[in-house]
Design a protein around this ligand. Structure first.
Ligand code: AMP
Length: 280
């Protein structure tokens, strides 16, 4: 497995692979990999001749006061994990490689990015769309893999690919959870033992919402209300949002429809965690 730090190295390798007629699967990440990322890499491994994983903590998608500096990093462990899953190349650039002096071009999306995480993280999706666009231009993948864990991000990337006629397939992969239900996340490492326990309220709220929908509840506001009531019972949890939205446009809805996304962001202590379920 190769580890590339420059765009040129990646381009040279990709050109060689394309000459051989190889298909390329791509998994963009911020590193500190866990089995959630692993599920994306394994799926890419199964469906493509070559697999590229990017590990880049993208400064552009962090707002002021967010956890850019403290975001966990462990390239050595990540490399061993990628290799064990059969990845062919890791792209691990420095921010200065991705954003050269004078950088001033961005991919900005409206509508989908104005709800949910876009409200509390106003610069986030501009950073995500811009870096993903750049990474697609560098890696030229046939398929790219994203987790349903970041459901809004997945919807945004699919929309961007359609709107801007990008020639690749976006594949969404299911949420991977810890045994007790907590969605795996690099940010779970911030949680103290007590917060880790309290964080279970997110997946419990998701399970409750899913059950209500499965039992035929058609009032989305009622489902959301019951989820909020459950979370509010946990003293260490502070809700950022719990919302039911159209699964494609991310616009708020009051009545259950398909596809529908119910998404939540909750602070446990200082750590902001997200979870969701989709009715499709
Ligand atoms: P990140 O490193 O957090 O930017 O995540 C990189 C990719 O892994 C994104 O497409 C995430 O949605 C996906 N991912 C992160 N956690 C999980 C999880 N628990 N299950 C499935 N996919 C995940």
């Amino acid at each position: 497995m190769q580890i590339a730090t420059t765009i040129q190295e990646v381009r040279t390798q990709i050109k060689e692979w394309k000459k051989e007629g190889a298909s390329v699967g791509f998994v963009p990440t911020m590193g500190y990999l866990h089995e959630g990322h692993g599920s994306l890499i394994s799926r890419a491994r199964a469906e493509n001749d070559k697999v590229v994983v990017s590990i880049f903590v993208n400064p552009m998608q962090f707002g002021p006061g967010e956890d850019l500096e403290s975001y966990p990093r462990d390239l050595e462990k990540d490399s061993a994990y990628c290799e064990s899953l059969g990845a062919d190349l890791i792209f691990h650039p420095e921010p200065s490689e991705m954003y050269t002096e004078g950088f001033c071009s961005y991919v900005d999306m409206s509508v989908l990015t104005e709800e949910l995480c876009g409200l509390s993280r106003p610069v986030h999706f501009r950073g995500v769309c811009t870096v993903v666009n750049k990474l697609f231009n560098i890696v030229q993948p046939n398929r790219a893999y994203f987790g349903q864990k970041d459901a809004q991000q997945l919807a945004v990337i699919k929309r961007m690919v359609e709107d801007l006629n990008m020639d690749l397939e976006i594949i969404g992969c299911p949420i991977v959870r810890e045994e007790d239900g907590l969605a795996k996340s690099s940010r779970n490492t911030y949680l103290s033992a007590q917060e880790r326990q309290a964080a279970l309220v997110l997946s419990q709220a998701v399970a409750l919402g899913e059950k209500l929908a499965a039992d035929g509840e058609t009032d989305a506001k009622k489902i959301v209300g019951e989820m909020i009531a459950l979370i509010e019972k946990e003293p260490m949890a502070r809700i950022d949002y719990v919302k039911a939205v159209d699964g494609l446009t991310m616009q708020q809805i009051d009545t259950v429809k398909r596809p529908m996304l119910i998404a939540l962001a909750v602070y446990v202590g200082k750590t902001r965690l997200i979870d969701n379920f989709m009715l499709s």
